[in-house]
Design a protein around this ligand. Sequence first.
Ligand SMILES: [Zn+2]
Ligand SMILES: [Zn+2]
Length: 187
Amino acid sequence: MKGVKGFQKGHKHSEETKKKISAANNRQVKFNCDYCGKESADKLSSFNKKKRHFCCRSCYTEYRKHKLEFQEHNAYKGVRKVGESKQVYHRKYYKNNPINIARLKAARYQREKNAEGSHTEKEWQLVKERHNNKCAMCKEDKFLTKDHIIPLSKGGSDYIENIQPLCRNCNSKKHDKILGTPTLTRG
Ligand SMILES: [Zn+2]
Ligand SMILES: [Zn+2]
């Protein structure tokens, strides 16, 4: 091939080389199961990816249940220290996990962008006034956040009819459940 530079373009491995490569990729590594100790084997490529090695799925399940420190579980997100407020904990988490937070924010932005409708700041003020500036669930006089009655993630709109004022506490308790009744939707 004229003008082609580099190794990849137009290059073909010989049959022999292909065999060598696939043999290397498929080479079995022998190991002892980290839970029951039974000897087992795995492909080199997948062996290298894993931190621990098990002969079967149930050994992994048992290991995770009984032996794995809970800090190492995938669901582990850290533990609040005694006396540390949630606010401080979250601030730290925010700082230490900017990527997770950025991903969450981006997903939310995307949902809001795709949601049907929109509302103005004035409409939001009116809704708060209609609720006497109190949380729609606990009726307490707290700082109010916008809550989508039918969550955007479940196809709710961003029209003001689908928004109710909730305090932070109730908002996080509600999460993505549908609580409250949206006022009549537009025709
Ligand atoms: Zn085992
Ligand atoms: Zn509340």
